[in-house]
Design a protein around this ligand. Structure first.
Ligand code: FEO
Length: 401
């Protein structure tokens, strides 16, 4: 049995990208990424669901031709227009000139805008259906802003398979198998957290709407545009997306993010971590914001209920790597966190003022007063840091109980 067979009518025709280092020119992908695409073959017609990135178009066309035995696909359904999926459109159209491209009104406008393609298009609305024969009916469900305005999901009614676009996707190329039942998928979950928190994280309310839209609908297989096809772990994947999109932390742990030019703020971060550990917190991540890629910091902030941010003053403002972190938190509207701040300076205490402004815009309240140091920390200031971290730990363990 070929591992690319998902059901009698659905086959995988996607590709793996193990060349790109930085996805969206922003996010490192040390394990690569897959651009998933599917061929649905009904008794009368066939349809491709989503394309791949432009560089991989010929490989996708090879997959289609190998599977279809010379039969040309009748439709190309576009669930999502970001070019990691739509880049192949012009080449697919050239290979299959009679193929109709299917999308909603926003999709159709984007296809023209990105690729100048505007002929032989079929515009669908929420709830519309398309028959591929008496055995295969596709229903289109508009799910805007997950995470672009045109995003939609396509559902095969006869076998309860959902083509979900980026939703329920993750970083990480596929290593042979496609279905979760054919592989160990454990290592995809941290990359799902990093994918969600960085790329989709701002749009939690829209992910919630999409999840609610499918309440009561039987879903036996989820085919996302990145990562494994989910069949045995659908509940875990949907629960993870559900929790993250409600900004609910996954663990009562703490992420400590610090900037430090000469080690004094770092000493405060290490001191806070020791106090947390002594108070019983077992899941602590420490990131030097100058060294750790932002995507891993954001991922941990989504993971943990506790957050300690420690920053020096720099040019009478906030240390730039910490500013990046604060802006990323505010952009994503992160909430439901227990927060502590540490500010340091040599002559003017500005960092905490700027950080407080960011937190106010999120309506976030710190567990304790900020801990401030000037030049090197004194033993009293180290003790204040320990006490503040212990108070944060108490908040977390109380929440646990
Ligand atoms: Fe995988 Fe939003 O593109």
């Amino acid at each position: 049995m070929k591992v690319t067979r998902i059901s009698d009518r659905v086959h995988y025709i996607g590709v793996n990208d193990r060349t790109k280092h930085i996805f969206e020119a922003l996010w490192p992908i040390p394990y690569g990424v897959s651009y998933n695409s599917y061929l649905i073959t009904g008794s009368e017609k066939s349809a491709i669901v989503d394309g791949v990135e432009a560089d991989y178009a010929l490989r996708q066309i090879e997959h289609i031709d190998n599977l279809s035995g010379g039969r040309k696909p009748d439709y190309l359904i576009i669930n999502h227009m970001e070019p990691d999926h739509s880049g192949a459109i012009r080449m697919l159209r050239a290979a299959y000139p009679d193929m109709t491209i299917v999308g909603n009104a926003q999709t159709i406008a984007m296809i023209k805008g990105f690729y100048g393609v505007d002929t032989n298009m079929l515009t669908v609305k929420d709830g519309d259906t398309l028959s591929l024969g008496e055995d295969t009916t596709l229903r289109f469900n508009l799910t805007p802003m997950v995470h672009w305005p045109e995003t939609m999901m396509t559902y095969i009614e006869e076998e309860a398979t959902l083509f979900a676009g980026d939703a329920f996707g993750c970083f990480g190329a596929l290593n042979g198998a496609v279905l979760d039942t054919d592989m160990n998928t454990d290592h995809y979950f941290p990359e799902m957290l990093r994918y969600y928190s960085n790329i989709v994280g701002k749009y939690g309310q829209f992910v919630q709407r999409a999840i609610k839209k499918f309440e009561g609908v039987t879903i036996k297989t989820v085919c996302p545009t990145h990562g494994p096809v989910w069949r045995s772990r659908i509940k875990e994947v949907v629960d993870l997306y559900d929790k993250l999109s409600r900004y609910e932390p996954l663990y009562n742990g703490v992420t400590i993010v610090y900037g430090s030019m000469y080690g004094n703020t770092e000493t405060m971060a290490e001191t806070a971590a020791e106090a947390l550990a002594e108070a019983g917190i077992r899941d602590i991540s420490i990131h030097n914001a100058s060294m750790t890629d932002l995507s891993y910091i954001i991922s941990d902030i989504f993971r943990h209920r506790g957050l300690i941010i420690a920053s020096p003053t720099y040019s009478d403002s906030l240390f730039p790597p910490i500013r990046n972190v604060m802006e990323a938190i505010v952009m994503r509207g992160v909430k439901n966190r227990e927060i502590m701040m540490v500010g340091s300076c040599t002559w003017a205490q500005q960092a905490v003022k700027v950080m407080s402004g960011y937190l106010e815009s999120l309506k976030a309240v710190c567990v304790t007063e900020p801990v401030l140091i000037k030049q090197a920390p004194t033993s009293e200031q180290l003790e204040q840091c320990r006490e503040a971290a212990t108070a944060l730990a108490r908040k977390l363990t109380t929440a646990e109980g």
